[in-house]
Design a protein around this ligand. Structure first.
Ligand SMILES: CC(C)(COP(=O)(O)OP(=O)(O)OC[C@H]1O[C@@H](n2cnc3c(N)ncnc32)[C@H](O)[C@@H]1OP(=O)(O)O)[C@@H](O)C(=O)NCCC(=O)NCCS
Length: 349
């Protein structure tokens, strides 16, 4: 299996082993410019890893001519196999050579489909960012890279300054939202089985529910839920306690504009620890990765904690509207093409 992981100081030894395997070759898609002994010293290396992890966040200041970019290490069967980056925008220089995506696979693991698999994963990330199509370039004589790009559906625009310039659609890489659980850092979000829905609605309690679950709002959300609908309300199972502590879901599938409205809630005892920022962030990421273009939410006026969660995840507050219960509510919106803040995590260890 090929997957992508965030750069991590914990893999320092394996990382430098990979870098050394490249010899004098550049490690495309790594952001690595300095392989000297001082750069390998733990404090320097940790600072470099931090810079890579911060490079994708919109609030990170950039040098002139630089764009925000996500960096991943490619792992294959548990081993570090290469590097890949997704740039969030093109400058005039990148439009000529460089493009949105750069990658490299360590020499000993080439020709096993690893670059192709990693590129598919990053195309899905690009789709989730609303980048479609993306530009990928390679040297005119780099047959391996050209074949990799063509295998991902790349369409050659031209060859400029010795560089082949391909456009790749990301739409096909979007992963439809399935009914399987969405895993976030702190919770598992799983659809309810029919028997669970029946149990919730008839007051049959389960030992793995928090004692305050379900709340009135959970009951309303669960009433319409079925385990065949990926957008239906899901239970939020806090991994630390093992208990279901709330619900999160969408009011129906995406509309014609690719817009989805989300609703969520936690029992009192699970609030105030950042759990909903993690849960909603993970849920929204899964929606965007499935091709959803825009996510909206309503908060009752005065619900400061819910406003903070949405604000932290990059939602913008659009307008005040009359709510269903007589009071006013705020409409919030996250534009999938421009979600820059809050949805990317820090160092994962
Ligand atoms: C380009 C690179 C990332 C490809 O990685 P990889 O994991 O070997 O690629 P894959 O195994 O997924 O192969 C993808 C396609 O390229 C073909 N290919 C790979 N290496 C090849 C080679 N040396 N000669 C000809 N074809 C080659 C494969 O057969 C496959 O084509 P297919 O799907 O039609 O069979 C790797 O060669 C590399 O790291 N090169 C140096 C860095 C670089 O050039 N990065 C790209 C900068 S634009």
């Amino acid at each position: 299996m090929t997957d992508l992981i965030a750069p991590s100081t914990q893999l320092a030894t394996e990382w430098w082993g990979l870098v050394d395997e490249f010899g004098d070759e550049p490690v495309h898609g790594s952001g690595l410019h300095d392989r000297s002994e001082p750069a390998r010293e733990p404090a320097q290396f940790a600072a470099w890893v931090r810079t890579r992890l911060g490079a994708g966040r919109a609030d990170t200041a950039l040098g002139p001519g630089m764009v925000h970019a996500d960096y991943w290490w490619i792992r294959h069967e548990g081993r570090l196999a290469g590097t890949i980056t997704l740039r969030h925008a093109l400058t005039p220089a990148l439009l000529l050579v460089g493009g949105h995506i750069g990658y490299a696979v360590r020499p000993s693991l080439r020709r096993q489909g690893i670059a192709s698999a990693a590129l598919r994963l990053v195309l899905a990330e690009a789709a989730a960012r609303g980048l479609d199509p993306v530009l990928i370039t390679c040297d005119d004589d780099n047959l391996a890279s050209a074949r990799t790009i063509e295998g991902a559906g790349g369409v050659l625009e031209d060859v400029r300054d010795g560089s082949r310039r391909y456009w790749v659609s990301t739409a096909a890489a979007a992963k439809p939202l399935g009914t399987e659980p969405v895993e976030t850092a702190r919770a598992t979000l799983a659809t309810f089985t029919r028997s669970e829905v029946g149990g919730i609605l008839t007051g049959r309690r389960r030992p793995d529910w928090d004692e305050a679950f379900p709340r009135e709002d959970d009951l309303d959300a669960v009433r319409a839920a079925t385990d065949e609908d990926p957008y239906a309300t899901r239970g939020i199972r806090d991994r630390a306690s093992g208990l279901v502590v709330g619900t999160i879901g969408s009011y129906g599938p995406p509309d014609r504009e690719g817009r989805v409205e989300v609703g969520y809630g936690l029992v009192e005892s699970a609030r105030g620890t950042g759990l909903m920022t993690d849960v909603l962030g993970g849920y929204v990421r899964a929606l965007l990765a499935s091709g959803v273009r825009e996510v909206v939410a309503h908060t009752e006026v005065g619900n400061v904690s819910s406003e903070r969660v949405l604000g932290r995840l990059g939602f913008e507050r659009l307008r005040r509207e009359p709510g269903p219960d007589g009071g006013d509510q705020w409409l919030w919106r996250l534009d999938g093409g421009r979600h820059e803040t809050g949805l990317r995590g820090g160092e994962q260890s």
